[in-house]
Write a protein that binds this ligand. Sequence first.
Ligand SMILES: NC(=O)c1ccc[n+]([C@@H]2O[C@H](COP(=O)([O-])OP(=O)(O)OC[C@H]3O[C@@H](n4cnc5c(N)ncnc54)[C@H](OP(=O)(O)O)[C@@H]3O)[C@@H](O)[C@H]2O)c1
Length: 241
Amino acid sequence: MDRPYIVCHMMTALDGKITGPYMNTAAIKGPAQEYERTNASYRPQAWLCGRVTTDENFTCYKKPALDENAPAVPAGDYVAVQGTEMHYVSVDASGRIGWESNTLKYEDRPAAHIVEVLTEKASNAYRAFLRRMNISYIVAGKDQLDCRLAAEKLKALFKIETLMLSGGGFINWSFLQAGLVDELSLVIAPLADGENKTPTLFEKSDFLPAAVPVEFTLTHVDKGLGDSLWLRYKVINTPRA
Ligand SMILES: NC(=O)c1ccc[n+]([C@@H]2O[C@H](COP(=O)([O-])OP(=O)(O)OC[C@H]3O[C@@H](n4cnc5c(N)ncnc54)[C@H](OP(=O)(O)O)[C@@H]3O)[C@@H](O)[C@H]2O)c1
């Protein structure tokens, strides 16, 4: 395969919500432990998140320190570091994330080298900023993300064989509708909070074409800590009529 094996790995409440007040309860602890344990069981070389997830969880919406007069950087991709055990792949089509380091440490995962996924609309100043920070980047798509090209480059340039697609809902749907998800790995927490404005597991961006339903086949069901369920599905990429 010319791209990584892609597992969409997520934790949700009973209603499919991926964030909300339920995340701040004591009862989320057991399921959260299961989320990390099951993530590690795939022995991935990378996990990938959307721009909102990165801003909310890792960079706190910090703005990048741009030099608008930076000399023009060479066209194409930039590999700052090779041979790292773990990568954090940050989808950032316009180039907005204000990274302060080229390495991300999360939970007990190995320190991850940051790889930004840009589109051609990301500015020269932002690319120069990433080079200055020793952060790798790939360019995939003109205005919108070309998910397949991104996946192919991640394998070719960083030797990523197994990629955990880890939210949020908008980036998950982008990869799913492009036929690029091989497996869905879902840890369900026995919680609900009734919020009606929080995202679910899959959300379609307005700029994407009308949604085609996707079908899944259940392969495993396991009970875990804190009454969580670990559900694993294969994706049927060509839905049956
Ligand atoms: N429970 C879990 O397991 C879990 C895991 C991860 C995240 N989360 C939570 O999920 C929430 C965020 O989820 P979300 O769905 O709102 O956001 P998201 O998927 O993290 O990010 C959405 C952004 O990603 C970019 N994007 C997505 N699809 C794209 C495409 N096809 N082309 C180009 N860019 C694309 C866009 O960035 P631009 O706006 O820059 O264009 C879009 O606004 C956070 O609260 C986070 O904590 C939960």
